[in-house]
Design a protein around this ligand. Structure first.
Ligand SMILES: N[C@@H](CCC(=O)N[C@@H](CS)C(=O)NCC(=O)O)C(=O)O
Length: 201
């Protein structure tokens, strides 16, 4: 099995997941924007995007969520996506909230601000600015949601929801959009996940 990887947000989601599951998977690190757009890589990943996971039988799975679903099913030890229907629904709900309301807008800021993506999207700096302005309210919302004392995003156990939130946090930190210092609950969660080995995955 091989993971096509690069220094970027979506591969980071998979690498955190792999690290938390204690898996050892071979990686091929590509240069974003050059290797990822080569004709050879387009044969592996049709949008020229990482992550892509090549299985031992040659099958390739792209899309971070699909890769994580595969890994959870193939390696059920250290479950990150829930072991009962109720828990699976609950964790997926929180993971989608972290993805849709944090990772996606932060990813759009990246796409609309950095030169690497200038020929991938029509960059609209005002759009990026409006997404930036929305971030403090999002962190504030999350702070309120986890003010019930829970240790992790979806409850008392580390889960895929934390993986999504950690990947978002790493982009937020890099772009000066991390949680406001006054938000005690989010900062406590952030400090705790930053002390996990998977943070550096
Ligand atoms: N929907 C995909 C998105 C993957 C994606 O956008 N990957 C970016 C890096 S974060 C990429 O490979 N970009 C390649 C390029 O722009 O050349 C997923 O969930 O994994």
């Amino acid at each position: 099995m091989k993971l096509y990887d690069a220094h970027a947000g979506n591969p980071k989601r998979v690498k955190i997941f792999i690290s938390e599951k204690n898996l050892d998977i071979q990686r091929e690190v590509l240069e974003l924007g050059t290797d990822t757009r080569s004709s050879d890589f387009l044969k592996i990943s049709p949008f020229g995007e990482v992550p892509a996971l090549e299985l031992n039988n040659g099958q390739v799975i792209t899309e971070t969520y699909a890769i994580c679903r595969y890994l959870e099913a193939a390696f059920p030890e250290i479950p990150l996506m829930g072991t009962t229907p109720a828990l699976q629904g609950h964790i997926t709900m929180w993971a989608q909230r972290m993805h849709g309301h944090f990772f996606m807008p932060l990813g759009l800021i990246v796409r609309h601000e950095i030169p690497l993506f200038a020929d991938v999207v029509d960059q609209v700096p005002d759009f990026a600015q409006s997404l930036r302005r929305a971030m403090p309210r999002k962190w504030e919302w999350l702070d309120g949601q986890i003010s019930d004392g829970r240790q992790f995003i979806a409850g008392e156990t580390f889960s895929f929801a934390d993986v999504e939130a950690m990947a978002a946090l790493s982009i937020a930190d890099a772009f000066g959009l991390g949680p406001q210092e006054t938000l005690e609950n989010v900062n406590k969660w952030a400090a705790s996940v930053k002390s996990r080995p998977s943070w550096n995955a």
